[in-house]
Design a protein around this ligand. Structure first.
Ligand code: ZN
Length: 130
């Protein structure tokens, strides 16, 4: 079994649209934007709904989801895994998988959100086995 190591995750670019997300992240809150008209959630956070151009509002989300697809970066100095995770709340997001068995990752695997420290920035969403 080969465990993931903690790699240096670059600090995220913070924009006016994502500033509140990163403030919440610093407090351990995972928030998504939901459309006030069609009620869909999306990732990454946007002020205008990507589905219907409606207004959107923040809401707290659980961060639980399922692996849609994944890859292991074995040629990196410290091998690590990344996955597209489809959240129970709806959207699919790309993030690191941490503290997982690199040989035991599977499509459909249940995962939950954890926060990883970024290099000089706020904590960033990552996932680990649920
Ligand atoms: Zn909408």
């Amino acid at each position: 079994m080969s465990e993931t190591k903690t790699r240096k995750i670059p600090a995220p670019a913070i924009t006016a649209e994502t500033e509140a997300f990163w403030k919440g992240a610093a407090e351990g809150r995972f928030q998504l934007r939901r459309c006030t008209q069609c009620h869909e959630t999306h990732w990454y956070p946007r002020a205008i709904c990507p589905f219907c151009m409606g207004d959107t509002a923040w809401e707290d989300a659980s961060g639980e989801g399922t692996i849609y697809s994944w890859t292991v970066m074995r040629r990196a100095p410290e091998p690590y895994a990344m996955a597209y995770v489809t959240l129970d709340a709806g959207p699919t997001m790309l993030a690191d998988l941490v503290d997982v068995d690199l040989d035991g990752i599977a499509i459909g695997q249940r995962v939950k959100l954890v926060w990883s420290q970024s290099a000089g920035g706020p904590p960033v969403p990552s996932f680990t086995s649920a």
